[in-house]
Design a protein around this ligand. Structure first.
Ligand SMILES: [Zn+2]
Length: 268
């Protein structure tokens, strides 16, 4: 049995002898199947040709990205706290070096997500680190391509993962789209880790909010206002988007409020 990974979204699928016929993640209107049609890469090939890149970002926060990238090209974030470590988002595979490094830092208490496009290699990550609970919002369980008993669904709008590490389900892009509020981030001013629940723009003075980024499907004005209002209730100065270079270093509260107002004006 082989673990097949969709080349376009990076999702690991349930092990099978032959590659699956479809990737349901990519056939959804929020993703896409490329012009060349559905393409797969098997797990063993990735192991031989790819590695994880580890970067320390600020005290208590490291990034882990697959290089060269596969799929959407995001990097995961490791939040370290005195009470345990949390992995935010994921990449399509984990290598031995990364496992050793995380174990040396005390292992993982939980794996949590911004949204299903980043579920990718979550089951492999969890198993490699001793069966770490994978916390997924109930609303998005249909997007799990590799089922596992390690997945622990949660419901409602707020999940306290560890002291100072809280996941808030803001919705929008997906019903379960979430952000992680990290109290100790940005030197104690607070940070939110957002994936693309809130998308940091190439100019980090702005963010955006979309139902689909590749297909350019916007969200309704009421949804943008609702997400911005929920974000305004969180304590943060910095915003970590889903990619290495997508970071709002400071004044994140102001950036979200101004960006939501601009978006709603454009829709009107
Ligand atoms: Zn896919």
């Amino acid at each position: 049995m082989t673990i097949w990974i969709c080349k376009t979204c990076g999702a690991q699928h349930a092990p099978s002898a032959n590659s699956p016929d479809h990737c349901a993640i990519c056939e959804d209107e929020r993703q896409y199947v490329g012009a060349a049609g559905q393409e797969w890469i098997d797990r063993d090939t990735i192991n031989a040709t790819h590695a994880n890149d580890w970067r320390e970002i600020e005290p208590g926060l490291s990034g882990i990205g697959l290089t060269p990238t596969i799929g959407i090209g995001q990097r995961a974030l490791l939040v370290q706290t005195p009470d345990g470590n949390v992995l935010w988002d994921c990449v399509p595979m984990v290598d031995g070096k990364t496992v050793d490094k995380i174990r040396a830092l005390g292992g993982l208490s939980a794996i949590t997500f911004s949204h299903p496009h980043f579920y990718t290699g979550m089951v492999e990550w969890s198993e490699a680190l001793g069966g770490v609970p994978i916390k997924l919002p109930e609303a998005d369980l249909d997007n799990v391509m590799r089922p596992s008993s390690l997945i622990e669904p949660w419901s409602g709008d707020v999940l306290e993962v560890l002291p100072g590490v809280t996941v808030h389900r803001l919705g929008g892009h997906f019903t379960g789209s979430s952000v992680l509020e990290w109290a100790a981030g940005a030197g104690g001013k607070g940070a939110i880790l957002v994936g693309d629940t809130i998308q940091v723009a190439p100019d980090p003075n702005w963010v955006s909010f979309m139902r689909s980024y590749p297909n350019m499907i916007p969200l309704p004005a009421r949804e943008v206002r609702r997400i911005a209002d929920r974000a305004a209730a969180l304590r943060f100065d910095r915003i970590y988007g889903g990619w290495w270079d997508r970071v709002v270093q400071a004044n994140g509260q102001d950036v979200v409020a101004r960006s939501a107002a601009r978006y709603v004006r454009a829709l009107d």
